[in-house]
Design a protein. Structure first.
Length: 545
C-alpha cells in the first residue's frame, strides 16, 4: 500500500514538474520563448518556491535578451526610451509585486489584477504616463496575450518605446491559479489542488500514513497517461465527501463539472466545459439545494444571466451590453414588473457574471501567493482576515446599480383593501415589490396627494433617483431630486458611497411638463437638515431670472 502511494505521488510530480530544463519552464510560462530555441537560456529545470521566483527568473532572462538585441534601427528618442524602460522593467522584477490570477484554474495572462497590480507590460505603460491606456486594455481584454490585445493608441506607444512588438510579447507572462505549496500545505484538504495524473489517499492521522486503498478514502484522483489528463478528476473534501468533480479530454476541461459545499453532499454549482471554455448553462444552488442562478455561456462568454430571488419570488434576467452595463428585466409570476439598465459596481474587479457565493474553492484563489509581502501589499484593509498563517483578502462581490431610464409596471392587486389617496399608499398598493423602495427614495414627498398611475418612469444615476414620472389616464406627475457630490460632504457622513438617508439630497420638488418648478420645493443642508421651503405659485425656471 505504501508502494502504491509512492508510485502515484511520483506520477503527480512528473505531471507538475514535467519540464526538464529551465528553458522548458520559460516556454510554459510564455509560449513566445519557443522562438528562441536556437539559442535558449541554459540550465536544468529549477525548483521555484513560488510564482514570484519563477516570474523574476523569467524577467531576468528577458532582460538579458533585451540588452543583447540590436538597436541599430532606433532613433535617439527611441533609444533613450528603450534604456529607460529596460531599467523600469529591472526595478519591476526586483520589487516582485506581480498580478495574481484569481479566477481561472490555469495559467493565464492578467494585465491588471484586483488590487491594481500591473503585469510587466501594463507597468511599462503606467510608468510612461499611459495609465489610462493600461486600464482601458484591462477592462477590454484583461486575460489575453498581447497578440490578441488591440487598443488604438498602443501601436504608437510601442513605436515610441524603442521596444519591438516581439520583445513586448516576450515580456508578458501567465500567472497560475493554484498555490505552489498546495500539496504539502497544512490546510491541503481545504485547498484546491492543481489537477494532475495521480491517485492519492487521505492520511490516517493516527498512523501518519495513507489510508487503505478504498474508493471512499480517495483524496485526489486524476485519470490520464504520460502526464496528460484524460478522463475524470476528483478532489474530495473528506472521506466519503465530494468537493470538486470534473472531466478532461486531452488535457482540456470538458463535460460537466460539479462543486459541492465543503463538508456536505450538497451541490454548490454545476457547469459545462468544452476545450477549456465554458459552454452551456452554469447552475448555482443555495445550501438548501434551491436553484438561485443560471448563466448561459457560449465559448467562454456569458450570454444571459438569470437570478431567482426566493424571498420575494422575483426573477432577474440580465443581458450584457458591454463590460460595465447590463439590460435587466424583473418578473413576478411570469409578469414583467420592471425593466431598465444597470451598471456593474465592481470594486473586486470580478466579471459581471461572477457574483457567486465565495466557497472555499473561490476563497482560496484570493490568498496571496507571496506570504512575505502580503502585509505590505494589503495593509489592514477592510475585509482582510488571517487564517492558518495566510492573509486572505475578500474582494467585495459584484453589485448592480440602476442607471438611466427605468420603467415600473403596475401590479394588479385583487385584495379588498383600498389604498389612501397619497403617494405612499398608492405605491405600496399598485407596485407591491418596488413601491416601498421607490417611496424610500421619495420620502420627502410622502405627503404628496395624487391618484393611481398605470406605469412609472424613473431616471437614475449611480442608483440615485433623479426624476420620477407617474402616468395615469388623466394625470401626470414629475418629481425631481438633486444631490450633493460626495466630495462636497463632510467626511463624517461618508460610509463608502452609502450616505445617511436624505443626507446627500440638495433639493427636491415638482416640475411641470416644461421642466419648470411648481408647488413646494425643499432645500437641505449637507448634514441632511431641511433649512428652506419655497412655494412656486407660478411655474418658474432658474434661467428665467
Amino acid at each position: 500500500m505504501k508502494k502504491l502511494f509512492t508510485v502515484t505521488l511520483l506520477l503527480f510530480f512528473v505531471c507538475q514538474l514535467s519540464a526538464t530544463t529551465f528553458y522548458q519552464q520559460l516556454c510554459n510560462f510564455n509560449f513566445n520563448w519557443k522562438k528562441y530555441a536556437i539559442n535558449p537560456p541554459a540550465g536544468e529545470a529549477q525548483n521555484f518556491a513560488s510564482d514570484k521566483e519563477l516570474i523574476q527568473a523569467h524577467l531576468g532572462s528577458v532582460l538579458s535578451v533585451l540588452r543583447s538585441n540590436s538597436i541599430a534601427q532606433l532613433n535617439v528618442s527611441q533609444y533613450n526610451s528603450r534604456l529607460h524602460l529596460i531599467n523600469v522593467l529591472d526595478e519591476y522584477r526586483t520589487a516582485g509585486k506581480f498580478p495574481i490570477n484569481y479566477y481561472y484554474p490555469a495559467r493565464i495572462p492578467v494585465f491588471i489584477d484586483d488590487h491594481h497590480t500591473h503585469c510587466a507590460v501594463g507597468y511599462l505603460l503606467q510608468h510612461t504616463g499611459c495609465e489610462e491606456m493600461a486600464v482601458r486594455i484591462a477592462a477590454a481584454t484583461n486575460y489575453s496575450w498581447l497578440k490578441d490585445i488591440y487598443d488604438p493608441e498602443f501601436p504608437a506607444w510601442q513605436q515610441a518605446s524603442g521596444l519591438s512588438m516581439e520583445e513586448l510579447m516576450l515580456i508578458q507572462g501567465a500567472y497560475d491559479f493554484y498555490r505552489n505549496d498546495a500539496f504539502f500545505a497544512i490546510d491541503k484538504y481545504e485547498t484546491p489542488q492543481k489537477p494532475g495524473c495521480m491517485l492519492v489517499y487521505f492520511e490516517n492521522k493516527t498512523l501518519h500514513r495513507p489510508m487503505d486503498a478504498k474508493p471512499d478514502n480517495i483524496w485526489c484522483k486524476g485519470e490520464g497517461a504520460n502526464g496528460a489528463l484524460n478522463g475524470k478528476w476528483i478532489q474530495n473534501y473528506a472521506v466519503g465527501m465530494p468537493w470538486i468533480v470534473g472531466y478532461f479530454e486531452n488535457g482540456n476541461r470538458s463535460g460537466q463539472w460539479e462543486e459541492y459545499y465543503q463538508g456536505t453532499k450538497q451541490l454548490c454549482r454545476t457547469e459545462h466545459w468544452r476545450n477549456n471554455k465554458l459552454n452551456g448553462i452554469r447552475k448555482r444552488f443555495d445550501r438548501s439545494g434551491n436553484l438561485i442562478e443560471e448563466i448561459l455561456f457560449k465559448n467562454g462568454k456569458a450570454i444571459i444571466k438569470t437570478n431567482y430571488s426566493l424571498e420575494d419570488s422575483l426573477t432577474y434576467i440580465r443581458r450584457p451590453i458591454d463590460s460595465s452595463l447590463v439590460n435587466t428585466e424583473i418578473y413576478f409570476e411570469g409578469s414583467l414588473i420592471a425593466a431598465g439598465m444597470e451598471s456593474i459596481h465592481n470594486p473586486g474587479n470580478l466579471q459581471w457574471f461572477q457574483n457567486i457565493e465565495l466557497t472555499s474553492l473561490n476563497m482560496i484563489s484570493v490568498q496571496t501567493r507571496d506570504m512575505s509581502t502580503s502585509s505590505q501589499r494589503y495593509g489592514n484593509q477592510s475585509g482582510q482576515s488571517e487564517s492558518r498563517g495566510y492573509h486572505v483578502f475578500s474582494p467585495a462581490l459584484v453589485e448592480y446599480k440602476k442607471e438611466g431610464d427605468w420603467v415600473y409596471y403596475r401590479e394588479y392587486n385583487y385584495t379588498s383593501y383600498k389604498p389612501g389617496n397619497n403617494l405612499n399608499s398608492l405605491l405600496n398598493y399598485n407596485y407591491r415589490h418596488f413601491g416601498p423602495v421607490l417611496m424610500n427614495s421619495l420620502s420627502m414627498f410622502k405627503d404628496k396627494t395624487t391618484t393611481g398611475y398605470d406605469s412609472l418612469h424613473v431616471q437614475y444615476a449611480d442608483n440615485n433617483l433623479l426624476d420620477f414620472y407617474g402616468y395615469g389616464i388623466n394625470n401626470h406627475i414629475h418629481l425631481q431630486i438633486s444631490y450633493y457630490e460626495a466630495e462636497e460632504l463632510p467626511i463624517s457622513l461618508w460610509h463608502g458611497y452609502s450616505l445617511a438617508e436624505g443626507a446627500s439630497v440638495r433639493e427636491c420638488g415638482q416640475v411641470d411638463k416644461d421642466n419648470k418648478k411648481v408647488g413646494e420645493w425643499k432645500s437641505y443642508s449637507k448634514q441632511g437638515q431641511l433649512y428652506k421651503t419655497e412655494n412656486y405659485l407660478i411655474a418658474w425656471k432658474e434661467d428665467e431670472e
